[in-house]
Write a protein that binds this ligand. Structure first.
Ligand code: FAD
Ligand code: FO1
Length: 457
């Protein structure tokens, strides 16, 4: 048994069907350490067939711009290269997954379909559309979480303290080494055509609006090389130079103390389980980092999976909805529109610097994200407006955006999700407050502002 059966669940009735097993890759865009790909391989062997991989490119995705699509497509080219070395065919489809996936399955006479797992609404809709057309078995494998989301808890967890014991109890069973992915025997390409390179130029041309990108333009996010190899290199760098100081440095936006892994984890170019395994090999008391990488990250999936309002204010706990409503009409000292905030032109130089960091690099420091989001609540007409603006900016500019961590992070900041009630105050009600003075007590605010604000400010 290659893959723990608890990581797999059947989305349609199971049956034995001849033909290749397709892994519909979406969230976990990597060849190494990928339970969904390993399961497709295992199923193919059982059915005396072979595995293949398909990725369906959609022209727009939750506000992603050229910045994110460039990062993703570069990573997918590496996936295709790595699969070729294993004689595993790769199909790049363009269009609506519901239609394109169904067409591919019938074209090559697939015997089964395997998908990875995402708690987000859009991915669940894609899967429902494909499942509706299927006669062959369709399996879902959680290749993103260490503990399969549906297994870690049967319900929405209210905070990390109630989720952590469940994670700790199950880790020993799921935090295990990955089996190596064996090379498939040489074979003619399944569609009769020679296994050719995918048409990446057509893929880029297929993108719409500002999802399209000019590949020759200098990548704004200079600090990131996309892909599996770059992700593993960054992990090694983090383990050697930064993990030891992580607990001390991670909340200081002037220190490059975080791992930098979130874009790679978001696009699935590295497995969180691989990160945890390597951390544990190197250092015993990496508790602070593992808390974020395992408890916090998997709590975000739990939130998005069990709460259909994960990206709006109705997802907040009742106490927060009530107290924010009671303060909805409180006077706002400053009021900004989405456009003004997007230009990082407020009266608060610290907030503007954080927004500039997001605009310029595609990755705002983790500590600043809390302050950044909470100020949007303070300076907009209503909690609902604040939530929509925070999601829009986060999904449009963050490389790691459009992610369960982002929806949970914004809901924590604006609506007390996974947090407790605090002393009541204007506008925030009982939602935890953060201010400039607090930030100044934590780190050297002027140097952060100098680093990120634009010279003409
Ligand atoms: P590290 O500190 O090195 O953490 C390693 C990994 O642990 C991260 O990549 C992430 O997967 C996980 N992690 C760390 N902190 C958290 C957290 N608070 N919640 C959940 N998982 C965490 N994270 C995203 O991946 N995408 C987002 O769009 C996003 N938006 C956020 C918005 C707000 C308002 C807030 C408060 C947090 C948001 N986060 C988001 C969570 C966190 O800020 C980032 O995961 C982290 O800054 C990413 O940088 P890193 O990988 O270098 O972090
Ligand atoms: N997944 C796909 O299957 N097809 C896409 O075209 C696609 C685009 C995309 C753009 C930005 C981004 O952040 C993620 C994107 N994903 C795409 C990723 C994937 O859908 C993940 O499953 C989601 O991020 C949900 O977790």
């Amino acid at each position: 048994m290659l893959v723990n059966p608890k990581r797999v669940r059947a989305l349609t009735k199971e049956s034995q069907a001849k033909g290749p097993v397709i892994y519909w890759m979406s969230r976990d865009q990597r060849v190494n350490d990928n339970w969904a790909l390993l399961y497709a391989k295992e199923l193919a062997q059982k059915q005396d067939s072979y595995p293949a991989v398909a990725f369906c490119l959609v022209p727009e995705f939750l506000g992603a711009s050229g910045r994110q699509y460039r990062f993703m497509l570069q990573g997918l080219k590496e996936v295709e290269k790595n699969l070729k070395a294993l004689n595993i065919p790769f199909f790049l489809l363009l269009g609506d997954p519901g239609k394109e996936m169904a067409r591919l399955l019938s074209e090559i006479g697939a015997g089964a379909l395997v998908s990875d797992f995402s708690p987000l609404r859009l991915n669940r809709e894609w899967k429902a559309a494909v499942a509706g057309e299927m006669e062959i078995p369709f399996y879902e494998v959680d290749a993103h979480n260490i503990i399969p989301c549906w297994f870690a808890s049967p319900k929405q967890e209210w905070a990390a303290y109630s989720f952590r014991p469940k994670v700790n109890r199950l880790l020993f069973e799921f935090l295990d080494e990955f089996p190596a992915l064996q090379k498939s025997p040489e074979r003619k390409s399944p569609t009769g055509k020679d296994a050719i390179e995918s048409d990446w130029a057509a893929a880029k041309g297929y993108l719409r609006g500002d999802a399209y990108f000019d590949a020759d333009a200098a990548p704004e996010a200079k600090w990131t090389m996309p892909g599996e190899a770059a992700a593993m290199k960054l992990l090694r760098h983090f383990l050697e130079h930064k993990l030891i100081g992580y607990e001390r440095d991670r909340n200081d936006p002037n220190i490059d103390g975080q791992s930098g892994l979130s874009p790679y984890l978001h696009f699935g170019q590295i497995s969180a389980e691989r990160v945890a395994l390597q951390v544990l090999k190197g250092m015993k008391d990496a508790g602070a980092f593992l808390e974020e990488l395992i408890v916090r990250k998997e709590l975000s999936d739990n939130y998005c999976y069990y709460n259909q309002h994960y990206d709006d204010i109705l997802g907040y706990p009742a106490w927060a909805i009530k107290s924010l409503a009671e303060h909805e009409k409180d006077r706002r000292e400053y009021l900004y529109t989405q456009q003004e905030l997007e230009k990082a032109r407020t009266q608060d130089d610290l907030w503007n610097a954080a927004m500039q960091e997001m605009l310029q690099t595609g990755k705002m420091h983790g500590y600043m994200r809390m302050y950044w989001a909470k100020k949007i609540l303070e300076w907009t007409v209503s909690p609902a407006a604040a939530h929509a603006i925070a999601v829009y900016l986060n999904d449009r500019y963050e490389l790691d955006g459009r992610d369960a961590n982002g929806y949970a992070g914004i809901a924590w900041s604006l609506g007390g999700v996974h947090d407790r009630a605090w002393k009541e105050r204007a506008i925030f009600g009982k939602v935890r407050y953060m201010n400039y003075k607090g930030a100044k007590s934590k780190f050297d605010v002027p140097s952060y502002i100098n680093k990120w604000s634009l010279s003409d400010e």
